[in-house]
Design a protein around this ligand. Sequence first.
Ligand code: ZN
Length: 252
Amino acid sequence: MDEKTIHAEGVVLRTIDFGEAHRVVTVYTKEFGKIDANAYGCRRPRSKLAAPTLMFNHISVDLLHGPKVDMIRDAEIITYFPITEDLMRIAYASLFFEIVNQMTPLNQKDEDIFFLLLNALKTFVERNPRVVTAAAACQFIAISGVLLRLDRCVQCGAPVDYDCAVDVLDGGVLCRDCFEHAVNSLPFTLNARALVDDLIAFDWNEQSHINVRAEPLRDVEKILVAHIQSITERPLQSLKFLRRIRSMPASA
Ligand SMILES: [Zn+2]
């Protein structure tokens, strides 16, 4: 048995084509966290790696651990999720996957993230993809330990039990007094806070009902994007695609 071959179960987080028919496949595995591996020849239609190395697949994979790069020797689809059958689903799933990819280091195992990806994929097919991404992103931020402080003012510690604002660079909510001197704040209402609580508590197996209204959802999304981009210090590319799709007229 080849000692360098490792076996893993994972979710295809990102793919980048290179060369004539190859692809770098980023897989978030249950066993090793996020890994990058080359899948040589996988873009040839007859390649056994062609189907499993596509985005959003839940796969089992045999990897050859090389001195410079890892290589996918074999891969099989465990679960196929029909994400690419719907543009909104593609857009929101891509956004969540980009967030996870940008915010996770290579080779750091976290089973909670693996299961969150899997649960989100399953739910994208069943529920409103916009709400799924909001819930998955909130839970991912909680798992990553970078939640904003939302109950007390991050500057003075005063309790904030009224509609006010969030400063993502400061790391949370601002009271009325501190808000007056803030330069980069976003509106944050009690309704938005209640929605964040519901999204974090959302149970993927029970599929609990969440009462989602447009305005709090928009506020939460703005804060999520600003918060994530302030951590990664780069724009989320999937937002461009999402904005383009959302500006298109609804198809019949
Ligand atoms: Zn304050």
